[in-house]
Design a protein around this ligand. Structure first.
Ligand SMILES: Cc1cc2nc3c(=O)[nH]c(=O)nc-3n(C[C@H](O)[C@H](O)[C@H](O)COP(=O)(O)O)c2cc1C
Length: 209
């Protein structure tokens, strides 16, 4: 029994430190990159639209989660901006726009650039679930940057579908990276997710007590 307990302890510690070990040192450099589209039409949550208020500013649900992760880890934040403007005045317009983008396999151009991308060991990649997938611009991100040797931590906000198959897609696209996903975040619970996010970061060895 004692032997079993010690073996279990060693197993647990090695899993927790697996992400850190990947980066090869105890202080990995962390980036939180995310895409988020706050909807500004005055609708209630039942319509499916998404927005949060932080310090008097309307931000998207994924942006809100990204800021929590950034604050807990001390990571640099990078918000993905696209050349095209997504329609935010009406939920339906955004839904239709995103559907067309996915159906026509349009990869939106990212207009801003991540500085010193090569320096990062761990890259959180956050996005909303759009049409049971990640938004097309996240495909652009993976095509634009070389994630080889890094740990990618996808995080996703959603209205019920979780990640859909997007984590598997990222693993397929980034065979030379380690992909460890966080639990998906329901958009209705993001506002209260700080503790559970911190617990996950702790148990995966990304932050310390
Ligand atoms: C274009 C579009 C498509 C969506 N498709 C899905 C979906 O397939 N499954 C789901 O659970 N939620 C879906 N949602 C809901 C979003 O994933 C959810 O509201 C998310 O938190 C929005 O994040 P944001 O505020 O950071 O943009 C969709 C929302 C939009 C705008």
């Amino acid at each position: 029994m004692k032997k079993f307990f010690i073996a279990f302890l060693i197993f647990t510690i090695s899993i927790s430190s697996a992400i850190l070990a990947q980066s090869g040192n105890s202080k990995p450099k962390i980036l939180v990159t995310y895409f988020s589209v706050p909807e500004t039409d005055a609708v209630d949550a039942s319509t499916g639209a998404s927005r949060m208020l932080k310090n008097g500013k309307v931000i998207g649900t994924t942006a809100y989660a990204a800021e929590m992760i950034g604050q807990a880890t001390g990571a640099d934040l990078f918000e993905i901006k696209t050349l095209n403007q997504y329609p935010t005045q009406s939920h339906k317009a955004l839904i239709d726009y995103a559907k067309n983008e996915a159906e026509t396999k349009t990869y939106p151009k990212i207009v801003n650039t991540i500085s010193n991308f090569n320096d990062y060991d761990i890259v959180f990649v956050g996005y909303p679930n759009w049409w049971y997938d990640m938004p097309m611009v996240i495909y652009t991100l993976f095509n634009d940057y070389d994630f080889s040797g890094k740990t990618i931590i996808p995080f996703c906000t959603h209205g019920g579908s979780g990640f859909s198959q997007s984590v598997e897609t990222i693993k397929r696209m980034e065979k030379n990276a380690k992909v460890v996903s966080m639990p998906a975040l329901s958009r209705n619970r993001v506002i209260n997710a700080e503790e559970s996010i911190k617990k996950w970061l702790l148990s995966n060895g990304i932050i310390e007590e």
